[in-house]
Design a protein around this ligand. Structure first.
Ligand SMILES: Nc1ncnc2c1ncn2[C@@H]1O[C@H](COP(=O)(O)OP(=O)(O)OP(=O)(O)O)[C@@H](O)[C@H]1O
Length: 279
């Protein structure tokens, strides 16, 4: 039995003349312990896909199965790191994280909650800001609180909707490593939505492109056969990295060109510029 399975999933917003078919015929299987990245074009339906997996949205047709059972609602087993922070503005950094920890561990004592909050706030380098409220933080700091909050809940599956996009390269690199550490140490399953091909190659076992919408669907998968732990500094010289990166970019550029010729709207390509990784 697959850990997560999407079978012929379609999602349409609105009805009749106002209907927009955002996702069409999405088929995806993720096994327990895998790290899968979906690289998507801006506006192609990435967040819609995350919300279907998380249980915030229902498919118009098709099935989303988590450990063999249809996803009906959100649950703690699947933790989502959203791209828009979604913090409670009247609570401090520590209180935002504590609220999530209490929800995930309702029977634990105050000491456990306090220690767990401190550990995850420290992990995202925000200990000095633990008593600050979201409005006193930069966008990147808020995003780090959202990462700490989701991981502190100890989810079995970590779902990430472009969680690191707003961060500077150093923080981004550090958080990529922290997420990988938690994923591998605690044997989690992870789904990363990103527009950064290099991030996908560094982190994932497989990369699957989400073709541009409307009627976006998944493209062919690219396996990343690079041993772990991966070394960012060596990745640029790794022949498998170069070959895989070229193949993915060629595929994405191909659909970009195809779309330019036919679509009225302009679709932005995912981030394709070469990256100098931060060690
Ligand atoms: N609740 C809604 N009602 C109607 N249309 C919606 C709704 N939510 C999203 N859409 C439309 O669905 C399409 C995909 O949106 P979605 O947010 O899933 O894409 P995305 O790939 O996450 O976008 P971005 O890259 O900008 O974050 C867009 O055209 C959007 O306007």
């Amino acid at each position: 039995m697959a850990y997560l399975e999407l079978k012929n999933v379609n999602k349409t917003y609105g009805e009749g003349k106002n209907a927009t078919e955002v996702l069409t015929d999405i088929n995806l299987t993720i096994e327990e312990g895998e790290f899968v990245a979906i690289v998507g074009f801006t506006g192609s339906g990435k967040t819609t896909l995350v919300n279907l997996i998380n249980g915030l949205l229902k498919p118009t047709s098709g099935q989303v199965l988590f450990k063999g059972a249809p996803v009906m609602d959100t649950c703690h087993e699947r933790g989502v790191i959203f791209q828009n922070y979604s913090l409670l503005p009247w609570l401090s950094v520590g209180q935002n994280v504590a609220m999530a920890v209490k929800e995930a561990f309702p029977n634990e004592k105050k000491k456990f909650i306090k220690e767990r909050v401190a550990r995850y706030v420290e992990m995202v380098n925000l200990s000095p800001a633990i008593n600050k409220r979201p409005m006193e933080l930069s966008g990147g700091m808020r995003q780090r609180v959202a990462v700490a909050r989701a991981l502190a809940m100890n989810p079995e599956m970590i779902i990430m909707d472009e969680p690191l996009g707003a961060l500077d390269a150093l923080t981004r690199g550090n958080l990529q490593d922290e997420i990988l550490k938690i994923w591998s140490k605690d044997k989690r399953t992870a789904l990363l939505i990103t527009n950064d091909v290099d991030e996908g190659i560094y982190m994932a076992d497989r990369i699957i492109p989400l073709r541009p919408g409307p009627k976006a669907t998944l493209g062919p998968e690219f396996r990343i056969d690079i041993d772990r732990p991966r070394d960012k500094t060596e990745l640029n010289d790794n022949p498998i990295y170069k070959k895989t990166r070229n193949a993915i970019i060629e595929y994405l550029m191909g659909i970009g060109e195809e779309r330019k010729a036919t679509a009225k709207e302009i679709y932005e390509l995912p981030e394709l510029a070469p990256k100098s990784f931060v060690a």
